[in-house]
Design a protein around this ligand. Structure first.
Ligand code: ADP
Length: 161
């Protein structure tokens, strides 16, 4: 029997409660979920790769089906390398849909049958994005409501009460 492996790719800059909720809901559907940080040297991130990976490892430490990895280059090629036939992505709104639809159609071709499985985010999480969380952190606001409990921000980002 072949393992049903899904890759959940993203920047995770940083991981949010929205990402965690998605992975937990997807866990019963797959034998293994690889949460994979895509390395894009053109893209400036707030947190470096090692920090983002460490948070992912901490957050999913108790999830036996979940492992953490990173990759450079095309997501579809990474999936082929590790024998994953499925991509996991979340949909929060119509703009996610428009963007994700094109990417999933391309990945189906480039990844030779790679299937993208979409989960629609629950209402309580659909307003959370890493982009907004980064803005709150940079502005000195309290980002805790959006971050997994395990995640400790570096001291320089401690919020003012
Ligand atoms: P990217 O850099 O590829 O946009 P992200 O780390 O921002 O990566 O997001 C990775 C995936 O997680 C995407 O499929 C995105 O739609 C999904 N996602 C992000 N936030 C949420 C959320 N609040 N609820 C559900 N899915 C989400």
């Amino acid at each position: 029997m072949t393992m049903k492996t899904a890759v959940f790719p993203g920047s995770f800059d940083p991981i949010t409660r929205g990402h965690v909720e998605l992975v937990k809901r997807a866990a019963p559907l797959f034998d293994r979920i690889v949460v994979a940080v895509g390395i894009n040297s053109q893209k400036q991130t707030l947190f470096d790769l090692e920090q983002r990976m460490q948070w992912l490892r901490e957050v999913f430490a108790e999830e036996p089906k979940v492992s953490v990895d990173s990759f450079e280059g095309l997501t579809a090629h990474f999936c082929q390398r590790i024998g994953a036939r499925y991509l996991l992505r979340g949909l929060r709104n119509a703009s996610d849909f428009d963007y994700e639809k094109t990417i999933s159609q391309l990945n189906e071709i480039v990844g030779e049958g790679l299937e993208t499985i979409f989960l629609i985010s629950q209402p309580a999480y659909s307003h959370i994005s890493s982009t907004i969380v980064r803005e709150i952190i940079k502005g000195g606001g309290n980002a805790r409501p959006f971050l997994p409990d395990q995640l400790q921000l570096p001291a320089r980002y401690n919020t003012t009460p």
